[in-house]
Design a protein. Structure first.
Length: 428
């Protein structure tokens, strides 16, 4: 009880610290805007006409994440490289959880990995640095912040593998922008957290259902998070809580200037949590609609709190130093990058994980503060160690009516037509 009280107090302190979780106040935003306007005016006075033209062009035509020239040429004859191994796609495989999952799967010798990444050259470099055998992977371009890039990736994947079906899809890539005072946008006009974490993956999963239906024991996993589940310590006690509201933001198209699913003003930390709710609801809806007709196992998972993951690169330096210590020695929720990668790999490799519509967790699943252990590290809070088990999601995540509405509005937001939707028979 003492540990729980101390944790709640610490969590409350962190949650109340505006620098850690809250967006900048409107006054600060106003000051920043005024400062930026003054800087622009000063530059106009002293700059050449050419520089002024460049500045206006940059303002009116912001750089795209993905351009037509970024489209990658299709790789072919992949079937020879793949051989008899299972074909597994991992998004966000050039760093963090995705990269370590790729390493773990490659070590088994049972998987050929498609590393779906934003930066192909970086993907190749880190694969070599991590010692992934050259004959066990290929790196392909995927920019989840651009829906055309998602379609281009699927085209290239099918060209590479030819008639061979895809065995596993792991949707891992994510962005987290808790300190941004204003939203950033994808090429399609979505707020980036929701656009990359949810909409990009939503389109990708739908485009690959029919192909995976041809494969025996196919598995599709979308990485979830305790932050999207209000029945956990991290999701229920740490402000802000995930809440899709009435999905009015989605109903209005979810594009600029609308930045939040509930239609309310932008809040970076909440945008990420809401996107994770959508991820987990997508899994439930994929299962409900397509598991019976395709046999694909749809699941989500929480790997534990990887407190030193690149996902927290947007946080302030003091937070990045304090958070791992806090999760190791106060909550017991910490798990190292390598172990987290092994956990994610287990979901698509272990025979016991062939069950569909499951939210996999380990070591207590973070629904409580860790209990004291002789090694000085709390146990049972989803951190290192422990066995895999079927965790319980929050009532909000399991709300079928909201999940169905989220699905239908996501189809509309992504502009998905008949050819973008699975042909597999969908359950009512």
């Amino acid at each position: 009880m003492v540990r729980f009280i101390s944790f709640v107090a610490a969590a409350a302190y962190l949650a109340s610290t505006s620098e850690a979780f809250a967006p900048a106040p409107s006054q600060v935003r106003s000051q920043r805007l005024t400062s930026n306007q003054n800087n622009v005016q000063n530059n106009i006075v002293t700059s050449s006409p050419t520089l002024l033209s460049d500045m206006l062009t940059q303002t009116e035509l912001p750089a795209k994440i993905y351009l037509p020239t970024d489209k990658e040429s299709a790789k072919v004859l992949g079937g020879i490289k793949i051989g008899s191994r299972k074909l597994t796609v991992i998004t966000g495989a050039s760093s963090g959880l995705g990269l370590n999952c790729a390493v773990a799967l490659a070590k088994t010798g049972r998987h050929f990995i498609v590393m779906a990444v934003r930066d192909v050259e970086k993907g190749k470099q880190v694969a070599q640095e991590m010692g992934i055998p050259e004959n066990s992977y290929v790196v392909m371009k995927l920019e989840l912040g651009n829906l055309q890039s998602v379609k281009d990736f699927v085209f290239n994947l099918k060209a590479f593998k030819s008639a061979r079906p895809l065995d596993n899809l792991i949707c891992n890539a994510a962005v987290y922008k808790p300190t941004d005072p204003e939203p950033a946008w994808t090429d399609d006009g979505f707020e980036q957290s929701m656009g990359i974490n949810h909409f990009g993956h939503f389109l990708l999963t739908n485009l690959l259902v029919d192909d995976m239906a041809k494969c025996k024991d196919a598995r599709m996993c979308i990485v979830g998070s305790i932050t999207g589940n209000t029945n956990t310590v991290g999701g229920g006690l740490v402000y802000p809580q995930a809440d899709l509201g009435d999905l009015s933001g989605f109903a209005e198209g979810a594009t600029k200037p609308i930045s939040m699913a509930d239609g309310k003003p932008f809040f970076g930390a909440k945008a990420y949590k809401d996107s994770k709710v959508c991820n987990m609801m997508t899994v439930s809806e994929l299962h409900r609609r397509y598991h019976a007709s395709t046999g694909i196992s749809f699941s989500s998972m929480y790997p534990g709190c990887i407190a030193d993951t690149p996902l927290f690169r947007e946080k302030r330096p003091w937070f990045r130093k304090a958070f791992p210590w806090f999760m190791k020695y106060v909550t017991g929720g910490y798990v190292g990058m390598e172990e987290a990668g092994v956990r994610l790999a287990q979901v698509v490799d272990d025979a016991q994980c062939a069950k569909s519509d499951v939210y996999w967790s380990w070591n207590g699943g973070a629904q409580q503060v860790g209990r004291w252990s002789e090694d000085g590290k709390p146990k049972g809070a989803g951190g290192s160690g422990g066995e895999i088990f079927e965790n319980e999601q929050s009532d909000a995540v399991k709300d079928r009516d909201v999940a169905m509405k989220m699905w239908d509005l996501s189809v509309q937001a992504c502009g998905m037509k008949g050819s973008d939707l699975p042909k597999a028979a969908a359950s009512p």
